[in-house]
Design a protein around this ligand. Structure first.
Ligand code: ATP
Ligand code: MG
Length: 340
């Protein structure tokens, strides 16, 4: 199995399948009984374990901060081992605290005086201290509530966009693996590798029954979360210009097979009206119209667009480019992207 440099490989599988063991073999806390592990093209068996570990940051399962060391001391663990002087260490701690979104008031606190999410951040900062090219992360966000978890996931994503570390990320959670992994490895008990592919491919074509069962329900919805609105072509939708009259609006509704129409003025949406609200003899721009309540942009995922569709009166997701109207997405259009 090859993990690409500068990318996130997510290892996912049931409890006891050997995820932690794999991480521990990569930094030689556990020696493999057979086979070979290379890091950066070098067989690690022939390397000094300490030298090897200096290039590998490790965020261990259950955070594992040293309880009797302060936040700053925890983060400075590896720099201290490497014999950095106080100024250099302090500067690095400052950088890391800022990078992972902690406050400098926390330097002198002990781990027990932090929330779960703050402890996780200290764990990540400690692993990054000596700027190792490789990062092993063992369920780093398992112990926090779903809201903090999503925030930490987002932070890791933006951190990784800057740092481009080679990350091996272990999780139980298939959604987390799909969200964070450039590649996803699905493991079965006994360390058996059942599929190793991009998240998109795993969801589109599960390699076997185990993977299919592991992915569970809602594979289609999960695939939608991997596609951005910017990647699909939008529809014009039932729209008329504010200069148009009600006859033209009726034509548009008939053509689109709906009983409402949206009014566009100077590239912006003025609002939408039901067919029963049209007033013959008046321009469409004279009607007030209701606002579309849910806004979608190119950055949203198709899953979020779908949510907008099912919660709107009009069964469409309206896509904006800043304040301008960009187009609409319908259920049909979204489904076309899953079933070509
Ligand atoms: N030191 C050890 N000696 C013998 N067996 C061990 C040892 N450590 C772990 N195991 C066993 O090896 C298997 C894999 O354990 P490992 O900790 O890698 O699982 P995991 O996938 O990380 O599980 P979890 O998701 O629960 O953390 C398990 O059956 C476990 O009981
Ligand atoms: Mg484990």
């Amino acid at each position: 199995m090859e993990m690409s440099a500068g990318q996130v490989t997510a290892l996912v599988g049931p409890s006891g399948c050997g995820k932690t063991t794999i991480l521990k073999m990569i930094n030689r806390i556990i020696e493999p009984t057979s086979g070979r592990i290379e890091v950066g093209g070098r067989d690690i068996q022939g390397m000094d374990p300490h030298a090897l570990r200096r290039g590998i940051g490790y965020v261990i399962q259950q955070v594992g901060l040293f309880p009797h060391r302060t936040v700053a001391e925890n983060i400075a663990t590896v720099p201290k081992l490497l014999g950095w002087d106080r100024r250099r260490t302090r500067k690095r701690v400052d950088e890391l605290v800022e990078m992972v979104g902690l406050e400098s008031e926390m330097y002198d606190r002990y781990p027990a005086e932090l929330s779960g999410g703050q402890q996780q951040r200290v764990g990540v900062a400690r692993a990054l201290a000596a700027d190792p090219p490789v990062l092993l992360m063992d369920e780093p966000f398992a112990a926090v509530d779903p809201i903090v978890r999503v925030r930490l996931q987002e932070e890791l994503r933006s951190l990784q966009a800057q740092l481009q570390k080679t990350i091996v990320f272990v999780t139980h959670d298939i959604d987390e693996a799909i969200k964070l992994g450039d590649q996803v490895a699905i493991l079965d008990v006994g360390g058996a590798l059942r599929q190793y592919a991009s998240p998109e491919e795993v969801l589109r074509e599960p390699a076997n029954a185990f993977v299919e069962e592991f992915l569970g329900q809602e594979r289609g919805l999960r695939r939608l979360s991997l596609i951005a609105v910017r990647d699909v072509s939008l529809e014009d939708g039932p729209t008329v210009s504010s200069d148009a009259g009600s006859a033209e609006a009726k034509e548009v509704m008939a053509r689109e097979g709906v009983n409402w129409v949206a009014i566009v003025r100077d590239g912006k949406l003025q609002g939408w009206v039901w067919e029963s609200e049209l007033e013959p003899g008046r321009k469409m721009g004279d009607l007030a119209g209701r606002p579309f309540l849910v806004r979608v942009t190119a950055d949203n995922t198709l899953r979020e667009a779908l949510d907008a569709i099912v919660t709107s009166h009009n069964q469409v997701a309206v896509v904006y480019d800043g304040e301008r109207y960009a187009g609409m997405l319908t259920l049909n259009r979204i489904s076309e992207n899953l079933v070509p």
